[in-house]
Ligand binder design. Structure first.
Ligand code: ADP
Length: 469
Protein backbone atom coordinates (compact mmCIF):
# COMPACT_ATOMS: atom_id res chain seq x y z
CA UNK A 1 0.00 0.00 0.00
CA UNK A 2 1.52 3.36 -0.94
CA UNK A 3 2.35 5.66 1.98
CA UNK A 4 0.21 8.82 1.76
CA UNK A 5 1.53 10.87 4.66
CA UNK A 6 4.59 13.03 4.02
CA UNK A 7 5.40 12.73 7.73
CA UNK A 8 5.52 8.91 7.47
CA UNK A 9 7.59 9.11 4.27
CA UNK A 10 10.07 11.52 5.86
CA UNK A 11 10.37 9.31 8.94
CA UNK A 12 10.92 6.23 6.78
CA UNK A 13 13.60 7.96 4.73
CA UNK A 14 15.25 9.37 7.81
CA UNK A 15 15.28 6.01 9.59
CA UNK A 16 16.53 4.15 6.50
CA UNK A 17 19.37 6.63 6.01
CA UNK A 18 20.26 6.44 9.67
CA UNK A 19 20.29 2.61 9.56
CA UNK A 20 22.56 2.73 6.55
CA UNK A 21 24.89 5.22 8.25
CA UNK A 22 24.88 3.16 11.43
CA UNK A 23 25.71 -0.05 9.55
CA UNK A 24 28.41 1.67 7.53
CA UNK A 25 30.07 3.30 10.53
CA UNK A 26 29.61 0.13 12.62
CA UNK A 27 31.22 -1.94 9.87
CA UNK A 28 34.14 0.45 9.63
CA UNK A 29 34.59 0.54 13.42
CA UNK A 30 34.49 -3.27 13.54
CA UNK A 31 37.09 -3.52 10.78
CA UNK A 32 39.38 -1.04 12.57
CA UNK A 33 38.97 -2.86 15.86
CA UNK A 34 39.79 -6.24 14.29
CA UNK A 35 42.82 -4.77 12.52
CA UNK A 36 44.25 -3.06 15.58
CA UNK A 37 43.67 -6.14 17.80
CA UNK A 38 45.53 -8.30 15.28
CA UNK A 39 48.34 -5.77 15.01
CA UNK A 40 48.69 -5.52 18.80
CA UNK A 41 48.80 -9.29 19.09
CA UNK A 42 51.51 -9.62 16.43
CA UNK A 43 53.55 -6.81 18.07
CA UNK A 44 53.29 -8.51 21.48
CA UNK A 45 54.27 -11.91 19.98
CA UNK A 46 57.28 -10.23 18.33
CA UNK A 47 58.25 -8.66 21.67
CA UNK A 48 58.21 -12.03 23.52
CA UNK A 49 60.01 -13.82 20.66
CA UNK A 50 62.73 -11.14 20.50
CA UNK A 51 63.56 -11.48 24.21
CA UNK A 52 63.58 -15.27 23.94
CA UNK A 53 65.82 -15.15 20.86
CA UNK A 54 68.17 -12.80 22.67
CA UNK A 55 68.49 -15.26 25.55
CA UNK A 56 68.90 -18.20 23.19
CA UNK A 57 71.62 -16.39 21.36
CA UNK A 58 73.48 -16.07 24.64
CA UNK A 59 73.23 -19.85 25.03
CA UNK A 60 70.40 -20.05 27.57
CA UNK A 61 67.65 -22.38 26.37
CA UNK A 62 66.29 -22.68 29.83
CA UNK A 63 62.81 -21.19 29.70
CA UNK A 64 61.30 -21.39 33.15
CA UNK A 65 57.49 -21.08 33.20
CA UNK A 66 57.70 -18.17 35.68
CA UNK A 67 60.03 -16.26 33.33
CA UNK A 68 57.73 -16.92 30.40
CA UNK A 69 54.72 -15.79 32.43
CA UNK A 70 56.67 -12.65 33.24
CA UNK A 71 57.45 -12.08 29.54
CA UNK A 72 53.81 -12.51 28.47
CA UNK A 73 52.69 -10.19 31.21
CA UNK A 74 55.19 -7.59 30.02
CA UNK A 75 54.02 -7.65 26.41
CA UNK A 76 50.37 -8.71 26.62
CA UNK A 77 49.48 -7.29 30.02
CA UNK A 78 48.51 -10.76 31.26
CA UNK A 79 49.71 -14.34 30.97
CA UNK A 80 47.05 -16.45 29.33
CA UNK A 81 46.56 -20.15 29.87
CA UNK A 82 46.67 -21.04 26.20
CA UNK A 83 50.08 -19.83 25.25
CA UNK A 84 53.22 -21.30 23.73
CA UNK A 85 56.89 -20.32 24.03
CA UNK A 86 59.30 -22.93 22.73
CA UNK A 87 62.76 -23.19 21.27
CA UNK A 88 63.44 -25.59 18.41
CA UNK A 89 66.60 -26.77 16.79
CA UNK A 90 67.11 -25.77 13.14
CA UNK A 91 65.58 -29.06 12.00
CA UNK A 92 62.38 -28.37 13.81
CA UNK A 93 62.67 -30.51 16.93
CA UNK A 94 61.45 -29.01 20.15
CA UNK A 95 64.08 -28.24 22.74
CA UNK A 96 63.72 -30.73 25.54
CA UNK A 97 64.30 -28.03 28.22
CA UNK A 98 61.54 -27.07 30.66
CA UNK A 99 58.36 -26.70 28.62
CA UNK A 100 57.16 -23.11 28.19
CA UNK A 101 54.00 -24.20 26.49
CA UNK A 102 50.54 -24.67 27.96
CA UNK A 103 49.24 -25.79 24.57
CA UNK A 104 49.51 -29.24 23.04
CA UNK A 105 52.40 -29.20 20.59
CA UNK A 106 51.63 -27.99 17.09
CA UNK A 107 54.30 -29.14 14.64
CA UNK A 108 56.30 -26.46 12.79
CA UNK A 109 54.89 -25.78 9.37
CA UNK A 110 57.17 -26.30 6.32
CA UNK A 111 56.67 -22.60 5.45
CA UNK A 112 57.86 -21.44 8.88
CA UNK A 113 60.90 -23.71 8.61
CA UNK A 114 61.68 -22.53 5.12
CA UNK A 115 61.41 -18.86 6.08
CA UNK A 116 63.48 -19.39 9.21
CA UNK A 117 66.23 -21.02 7.14
CA UNK A 118 66.33 -17.78 5.16
CA UNK A 119 66.42 -15.74 8.36
CA UNK A 120 62.77 -14.54 8.12
CA UNK A 121 60.03 -14.60 10.76
CA UNK A 122 56.62 -16.18 9.99
CA UNK A 123 53.23 -15.30 11.45
CA UNK A 124 50.54 -18.02 11.15
CA UNK A 125 47.03 -18.57 12.44
CA UNK A 126 46.75 -22.29 13.10
CA UNK A 127 43.88 -24.47 14.26
CA UNK A 128 44.40 -25.98 17.66
CA UNK A 129 42.87 -28.78 19.63
CA UNK A 130 41.05 -26.17 21.78
CA UNK A 131 37.97 -24.12 20.77
CA UNK A 132 39.95 -21.25 19.36
CA UNK A 133 42.71 -21.06 16.77
CA UNK A 134 46.21 -19.99 17.75
CA UNK A 135 48.33 -17.18 16.42
CA UNK A 136 52.00 -18.20 16.27
CA UNK A 137 55.22 -16.44 15.38
CA UNK A 138 58.24 -18.50 14.36
CA UNK A 139 61.52 -16.62 14.14
CA UNK A 140 65.11 -17.78 13.70
CA UNK A 141 67.93 -17.17 16.22
CA UNK A 142 70.95 -16.15 14.20
CA UNK A 143 74.41 -16.36 15.66
CA UNK A 144 77.49 -15.49 13.60
CA UNK A 145 75.50 -15.67 10.40
CA UNK A 146 73.94 -19.13 11.00
CA UNK A 147 70.55 -20.12 12.25
CA UNK A 148 71.20 -21.82 15.55
CA UNK A 149 67.65 -22.19 16.77
CA UNK A 150 64.04 -21.28 16.11
CA UNK A 151 61.89 -19.49 18.66
CA UNK A 152 58.17 -20.05 18.47
CA UNK A 153 55.74 -17.97 20.45
CA UNK A 154 51.99 -18.60 20.22
CA UNK A 155 48.86 -17.37 21.80
CA UNK A 156 45.25 -18.47 21.62
CA UNK A 157 42.97 -16.07 19.74
CA UNK A 158 40.23 -16.58 22.33
CA UNK A 159 40.51 -13.13 23.85
CA UNK A 160 40.70 -11.37 20.56
CA UNK A 161 37.72 -13.20 19.06
CA UNK A 162 35.69 -12.69 22.23
CA UNK A 163 36.37 -8.93 22.15
CA UNK A 164 35.25 -8.81 18.52
CA UNK A 165 32.10 -10.76 19.27
CA UNK A 166 31.33 -8.51 22.25
CA UNK A 167 31.63 -5.48 19.99
CA UNK A 168 29.22 -7.05 17.48
CA UNK A 169 26.76 -7.88 20.27
CA UNK A 170 26.80 -4.30 21.58
CA UNK A 171 26.22 -3.01 18.04
CA UNK A 172 23.35 -5.41 17.48
CA UNK A 173 21.75 -4.32 20.75
CA UNK A 174 22.24 -0.62 19.99
CA UNK A 175 20.85 -0.78 16.45
CA UNK A 176 17.16 -1.36 17.30
CA UNK A 177 17.37 1.05 20.24
CA UNK A 178 18.96 3.75 18.07
CA UNK A 179 16.46 3.16 15.31
CA UNK A 180 13.57 3.35 17.72
CA UNK A 181 14.85 6.66 19.08
CA UNK A 182 15.65 8.03 15.60
CA UNK A 183 12.32 6.88 14.16
CA UNK A 184 10.36 8.36 17.08
CA UNK A 185 12.35 11.61 16.96
CA UNK A 186 12.00 11.81 13.19
CA UNK A 187 8.25 11.27 13.37
CA UNK A 188 7.89 13.97 16.03
CA UNK A 189 10.01 16.43 14.03
CA UNK A 190 8.20 15.73 10.76
CA UNK A 191 4.85 16.01 12.51
CA UNK A 192 5.84 19.33 14.08
CA UNK A 193 7.23 20.71 10.80
CA UNK A 194 4.11 19.70 8.88
CA UNK A 195 1.60 21.01 11.41
CA UNK A 196 1.24 24.35 9.54
CA UNK A 197 0.38 22.36 6.39
CA UNK A 198 -2.52 20.71 8.23
CA UNK A 199 -3.66 24.14 9.38
CA UNK A 200 -3.44 25.46 5.81
CA UNK A 201 -5.42 22.49 4.50
CA UNK A 202 -8.18 23.09 7.06
CA UNK A 203 -8.42 26.79 6.21
CA UNK A 204 -8.26 26.11 2.45
CA UNK A 205 -11.13 23.63 2.83
CA UNK A 206 -13.29 26.35 4.35
CA UNK A 207 -12.62 28.77 1.50
CA UNK A 208 -15.32 28.66 -1.14
CA UNK A 209 -16.26 30.94 -4.04
CA UNK A 210 -18.70 32.67 -1.66
CA UNK A 211 -16.17 33.14 1.11
CA UNK A 212 -13.03 34.14 -0.71
CA UNK A 213 -12.20 36.70 1.98
CA UNK A 214 -10.53 34.15 4.27
CA UNK A 215 -6.74 33.90 4.03
CA UNK A 216 -4.18 31.29 5.07
CA UNK A 217 -2.16 32.12 8.16
CA UNK A 218 1.31 33.48 7.35
CA UNK A 219 4.04 32.94 9.94
CA UNK A 220 6.34 35.67 8.66
CA UNK A 221 9.38 33.32 8.97
CA UNK A 222 9.97 33.48 5.22
CA UNK A 223 10.46 29.70 5.20
CA UNK A 224 9.05 27.39 2.50
CA UNK A 225 5.65 27.09 4.17
CA UNK A 226 5.40 30.83 4.74
CA UNK A 227 6.22 31.45 1.09
CA UNK A 228 3.62 28.83 0.07
CA UNK A 229 0.99 30.55 2.24
CA UNK A 230 1.91 33.95 0.74
CA UNK A 231 1.71 32.58 -2.81
CA UNK A 232 -1.66 30.95 -2.17
CA UNK A 233 -2.94 34.14 -0.52
CA UNK A 234 -1.92 36.30 -3.45
CA UNK A 235 -3.56 33.74 -5.77
CA UNK A 236 -6.73 34.06 -3.66
CA UNK A 237 -6.49 37.86 -3.96
CA UNK A 238 -6.37 37.56 -7.74
CA UNK A 239 -9.20 35.02 -7.78
CA UNK A 240 -11.26 37.26 -5.55
CA UNK A 241 -10.67 40.24 -7.84
CA UNK A 242 -11.57 38.17 -10.92
CA UNK A 243 -14.75 36.83 -9.32
CA UNK A 244 -15.70 40.36 -8.22
CA UNK A 245 -15.12 41.54 -11.80
CA UNK A 246 -17.27 38.71 -13.14
CA UNK A 247 -20.06 39.52 -10.67
CA UNK A 248 -19.86 43.19 -11.62
CA UNK A 249 -19.82 42.24 -15.30
CA UNK A 250 -22.96 40.06 -15.01
CA UNK A 251 -24.75 42.78 -13.05
CA UNK A 252 -23.75 45.48 -15.57
CA UNK A 253 -24.56 43.32 -18.61
CA UNK A 254 -28.01 42.43 -17.24
CA UNK A 255 -28.67 46.06 -16.41
CA UNK A 256 -27.60 47.25 -19.88
CA UNK A 257 -29.80 44.62 -21.52
CA UNK A 258 -32.73 45.35 -19.27
CA UNK A 259 -32.92 49.09 -20.07
CA UNK A 260 -33.68 48.81 -23.83
CA UNK A 261 -35.99 45.83 -23.18
CA UNK A 262 -37.99 47.85 -20.61
CA UNK A 263 -38.24 50.77 -23.04
CA UNK A 264 -39.32 48.42 -25.85
CA UNK A 265 -41.95 46.74 -23.69
CA UNK A 266 -43.24 50.10 -22.35
CA UNK A 267 -43.60 51.63 -25.82
CA UNK A 268 -45.45 48.59 -27.16
CA UNK A 269 -47.79 48.43 -24.18
CA UNK A 270 -48.66 52.12 -24.56
CA UNK A 271 -49.19 51.65 -28.31
CA UNK A 272 -51.54 48.73 -27.74
CA UNK A 273 -53.65 50.44 -25.10
CA UNK A 274 -55.83 52.26 -27.74
CA UNK A 275 -56.16 52.26 -31.54
CA UNK A 276 -53.44 54.38 -33.25
CA UNK A 277 -52.96 55.94 -36.63
CA UNK A 278 -50.51 54.24 -39.09
CA UNK A 279 -48.07 57.11 -38.54
CA UNK A 280 -48.12 56.51 -34.78
CA UNK A 281 -47.56 52.76 -35.25
CA UNK A 282 -44.70 53.54 -37.58
CA UNK A 283 -43.18 55.80 -34.96
CA UNK A 284 -43.44 53.07 -32.28
CA UNK A 285 -41.92 50.47 -34.62
CA UNK A 286 -39.12 52.88 -35.54
CA UNK A 287 -38.31 53.50 -31.90
CA UNK A 288 -38.55 49.74 -31.19
CA UNK A 289 -36.07 49.05 -33.98
CA UNK A 290 -33.62 51.52 -32.43
CA UNK A 291 -33.82 49.70 -29.10
CA UNK A 292 -33.37 46.33 -30.85
CA UNK A 293 -30.33 47.79 -32.61
CA UNK A 294 -28.95 48.84 -29.24
CA UNK A 295 -29.51 45.35 -27.81
CA UNK A 296 -27.95 43.83 -30.91
CA UNK A 297 -24.83 45.99 -30.64
CA UNK A 298 -24.54 45.19 -26.97
CA UNK A 299 -24.87 41.42 -27.50
CA UNK A 300 -22.40 41.54 -30.40
CA UNK A 301 -19.92 43.44 -28.25
CA UNK A 302 -20.34 41.04 -25.35
CA UNK A 303 -19.89 38.07 -27.65
CA UNK A 304 -16.71 39.53 -29.11
CA UNK A 305 -15.30 40.20 -25.64
CA UNK A 306 -16.29 36.74 -24.39
CA UNK A 307 -14.49 35.16 -27.36
CA UNK A 308 -11.44 37.38 -26.87
CA UNK A 309 -11.38 36.46 -23.15
CA UNK A 310 -11.57 32.77 -23.99
CA UNK A 311 -8.83 33.20 -26.61
CA UNK A 312 -11.12 32.03 -29.43
CA UNK A 313 -11.73 35.34 -31.22
CA UNK A 314 -11.94 34.36 -34.91
CA UNK A 315 -9.46 36.39 -36.91
CA UNK A 316 -9.40 36.39 -40.67
CA UNK A 317 -5.96 37.85 -41.35
CA UNK A 318 -5.41 39.28 -44.84
CA UNK A 319 -3.60 42.31 -46.29
CA UNK A 320 -5.62 45.44 -45.49
CA UNK A 321 -4.99 48.89 -46.91
CA UNK A 322 -5.53 50.74 -43.66
CA UNK A 323 -5.62 54.20 -45.32
CA UNK A 324 -8.51 53.09 -47.60
CA UNK A 325 -10.38 51.56 -44.68
CA UNK A 326 -9.92 54.77 -42.67
CA UNK A 327 -11.30 56.76 -45.59
CA UNK A 328 -14.41 54.52 -45.77
CA UNK A 329 -15.08 54.79 -42.01
CA UNK A 330 -14.63 58.58 -42.08
CA UNK A 331 -17.20 58.86 -44.89
CA UNK A 332 -19.55 56.68 -42.84
CA UNK A 333 -19.14 58.90 -39.76
CA UNK A 334 -19.22 62.22 -41.60
CA UNK A 335 -23.03 62.62 -41.37
CA UNK A 336 -22.96 62.12 -37.59
CA UNK A 337 -20.08 64.59 -37.28
CA UNK A 338 -21.85 67.14 -39.49
CA UNK A 339 -25.07 66.76 -37.47
CA UNK A 340 -23.11 67.71 -34.37
CA UNK A 341 -21.19 70.48 -36.16
CA UNK A 342 -17.88 68.74 -35.60
CA UNK A 343 -15.06 69.14 -38.04
CA UNK A 344 -13.90 65.61 -38.96
CA UNK A 345 -10.59 65.38 -40.79
CA UNK A 346 -8.37 62.47 -41.68
CA UNK A 347 -4.79 62.54 -42.84
CA UNK A 348 -3.07 59.51 -44.28
CA UNK A 349 -0.35 60.71 -46.66
CA UNK A 350 1.00 57.28 -47.67
CA UNK A 351 -0.64 53.89 -48.26
CA UNK A 352 -0.33 51.73 -45.15
CA UNK A 353 -0.70 47.96 -45.48
CA UNK A 354 -0.97 45.59 -42.59
CA UNK A 355 -2.07 41.97 -42.15
CA UNK A 356 -5.31 42.17 -40.20
CA UNK A 357 -8.96 41.26 -39.88
CA UNK A 358 -10.79 43.87 -41.98
CA UNK A 359 -14.09 43.74 -40.07
CA UNK A 360 -12.46 43.93 -36.66
CA UNK A 361 -10.26 46.82 -37.84
CA UNK A 362 -13.37 48.62 -39.13
CA UNK A 363 -14.98 48.19 -35.71
CA UNK A 364 -11.84 49.55 -34.05
CA UNK A 365 -11.87 52.71 -36.20
CA UNK A 366 -15.64 53.16 -35.76
CA UNK A 367 -15.44 52.89 -31.97
CA UNK A 368 -12.54 55.36 -31.66
CA UNK A 369 -13.99 57.92 -34.07
CA UNK A 370 -17.51 57.53 -32.62
CA UNK A 371 -16.14 58.20 -29.11
CA UNK A 372 -14.15 61.23 -30.32
CA UNK A 373 -17.32 62.72 -31.89
CA UNK A 374 -19.52 61.72 -28.92
CA UNK A 375 -17.28 63.29 -26.31
CA UNK A 376 -16.57 66.52 -28.21
CA UNK A 377 -19.01 69.41 -27.81
CA UNK A 378 -20.49 71.01 -30.98
CA UNK A 379 -18.06 73.24 -32.83
CA UNK A 380 -15.06 71.11 -31.88
CA UNK A 381 -12.87 69.04 -34.17
CA UNK A 382 -11.70 65.45 -34.56
CA UNK A 383 -8.53 64.66 -36.45
CA UNK A 384 -7.26 61.24 -37.45
CA UNK A 385 -3.71 60.72 -38.66
CA UNK A 386 -2.34 57.48 -40.03
CA UNK A 387 1.21 56.87 -41.07
CA UNK A 388 3.65 53.98 -41.41
CA UNK A 389 5.71 53.37 -38.30
CA UNK A 390 8.63 51.06 -37.53
CA UNK A 391 7.40 47.65 -38.84
CA UNK A 392 3.77 48.72 -38.60
CA UNK A 393 1.21 51.47 -38.63
CA UNK A 394 0.52 54.29 -36.21
CA UNK A 395 -3.00 55.69 -35.91
CA UNK A 396 -3.87 58.71 -33.76
CA UNK A 397 -7.45 59.88 -33.10
CA UNK A 398 -7.39 63.36 -31.54
CA UNK A 399 -10.34 65.45 -30.43
CA UNK A 400 -10.92 68.77 -28.76
CA UNK A 401 -13.48 67.21 -26.42
CA UNK A 402 -14.15 66.93 -22.72
CA UNK A 403 -10.91 65.04 -22.00
CA UNK A 404 -10.13 62.63 -19.19
CA UNK A 405 -8.49 63.01 -15.79
CA UNK A 406 -5.35 60.91 -15.07
CA UNK A 407 -7.43 58.60 -12.83
CA UNK A 408 -10.08 58.11 -15.52
CA UNK A 409 -7.42 57.33 -18.15
CA UNK A 410 -6.42 54.27 -16.09
CA UNK A 411 -9.97 52.94 -15.97
CA UNK A 412 -11.55 53.61 -19.34
CA UNK A 413 -10.42 50.29 -20.83
CA UNK A 414 -12.26 48.39 -18.07
CA UNK A 415 -15.50 46.69 -19.06
CA UNK A 416 -18.62 48.86 -18.58
CA UNK A 417 -16.57 51.70 -17.17
CA UNK A 418 -17.91 55.15 -18.06
CA UNK A 419 -16.48 58.37 -16.62
CA UNK A 420 -18.54 60.36 -14.14
CA UNK A 421 -18.48 63.29 -16.54
CA UNK A 422 -19.97 61.07 -19.28
CA UNK A 423 -22.72 59.72 -17.05
CA UNK A 424 -23.57 63.26 -15.92
CA UNK A 425 -23.85 64.48 -19.52
CA UNK A 426 -26.15 61.59 -20.43
CA UNK A 427 -24.15 60.60 -23.50
CA UNK A 428 -25.35 57.33 -25.03
CA UNK A 429 -23.09 54.33 -24.54
CA UNK A 430 -22.54 51.30 -22.36
CA UNK A 431 -18.81 51.33 -21.65
CA UNK A 432 -17.78 48.40 -23.86
CA UNK A 433 -16.33 50.30 -26.86
CA UNK A 434 -12.78 50.82 -25.59
CA UNK A 435 -12.61 47.32 -24.12
CA UNK A 436 -13.49 45.98 -27.58
CA UNK A 437 -10.87 48.26 -29.18
CA UNK A 438 -8.31 47.00 -26.71
CA UNK A 439 -9.16 43.33 -27.46
CA UNK A 440 -8.92 43.91 -31.24
CA UNK A 441 -5.57 45.71 -30.87
CA UNK A 442 -4.28 42.85 -28.70
CA UNK A 443 -5.46 40.22 -31.21
CA UNK A 444 -3.39 42.06 -33.85
CA UNK A 445 -0.35 42.09 -31.54
CA UNK A 446 -0.49 45.89 -31.19
CA UNK A 447 -0.88 48.37 -28.33
CA UNK A 448 -2.96 51.42 -27.48
CA UNK A 449 -2.47 54.38 -25.19
CA UNK A 450 -4.25 57.57 -24.35
CA UNK A 451 -3.10 61.11 -23.66
CA UNK A 452 -5.67 63.56 -22.44
CA UNK A 453 -6.20 66.86 -20.64
CA UNK A 454 -9.59 67.45 -19.01
CA UNK A 455 -11.50 70.18 -20.83
CA UNK A 456 -9.04 70.28 -23.74
CA UNK A 457 -9.25 66.96 -25.52
CA UNK A 458 -7.82 63.49 -25.90
CA UNK A 459 -5.60 61.54 -28.29
CA UNK A 460 -5.93 57.78 -28.58
CA UNK A 461 -2.85 56.31 -30.31
CA UNK A 462 -2.90 52.78 -31.70
CA UNK A 463 0.17 50.96 -32.93
CA UNK A 464 -0.45 47.94 -35.18
CA UNK A 465 2.38 45.72 -36.43
CA UNK A 466 2.54 44.94 -40.17
CA UNK A 467 2.31 41.25 -39.40
CA UNK A 468 1.07 39.93 -36.06
CA UNK A 469 3.52 37.54 -34.38
P1 ADP B 1 -18.96 54.27 -24.05
O1 ADP B 1 -18.48 55.29 -25.03
O2 ADP B 1 -20.00 53.39 -24.57
O3 ADP B 1 -19.32 54.88 -22.73
P2 ADP B 1 -16.27 53.28 -24.18
O4 ADP B 1 -15.70 52.02 -23.65
O5 ADP B 1 -16.14 53.56 -25.61
O6 ADP B 1 -17.77 53.30 -23.70
O7 ADP B 1 -15.62 54.45 -23.37
C1 ADP B 1 -15.49 54.35 -21.99
C2 ADP B 1 -15.43 55.70 -21.37
O8 ADP B 1 -14.21 56.37 -21.74
C3 ADP B 1 -16.49 56.59 -21.83
O9 ADP B 1 -17.68 56.44 -21.10
C4 ADP B 1 -15.90 57.97 -21.63
O10 ADP B 1 -16.05 58.34 -20.28
C5 ADP B 1 -14.42 57.75 -21.87
N1 ADP B 1 -14.01 58.16 -23.24
C6 ADP B 1 -13.84 57.36 -24.29
N2 ADP B 1 -13.41 58.06 -25.36
C7 ADP B 1 -13.31 59.34 -24.96
C8 ADP B 1 -12.90 60.56 -25.58
N3 ADP B 1 -12.54 60.60 -26.86
N4 ADP B 1 -12.92 61.67 -24.83
C9 ADP B 1 -13.28 61.65 -23.56
N5 ADP B 1 -13.67 60.55 -22.89
C10 ADP B 1 -13.67 59.41 -23.59
Amino acid sequence: MPIRSIGAKLTLWYTSLLTLTFLLLGGMAYGLLAYSLARDMDAALTGVADVMAQKARMGSHDQRPSEIDELFRRFFGFSPLDRQADIYDPRGRRDPGPDGSNLPEIPLSPLAQKNAAQGLPTFETLPSTGRYPVRVLTRPVIKAGTVTNLVRVGMSLENMLKTRRRFLLIMAAMLPLGLLLAGGGGWLLAHRALRPVDRMTRTARQISARELDQRLQETGNDDELDRLAKTLNSMLDRLNATIDQMRQFSADASHELQTPLTILKGEMEVALRSPRSPAEYQHVLQSGLEEIDRINRLVEGLLLLARADAGVLRMDFQPVALNDLLQEVCEQMRTIADDRAIDLQSDSPAPVFIDGDREHLRRLLLNLIDNAIKYTPSGGSVKITLHPDKDGASLAVSDTGIGLSAAEQKQIFNRFHRSTETRARDVKGVGLGLDIVHSIVAAHGGRIHVESTPGQGSTFTVYLPTRPA
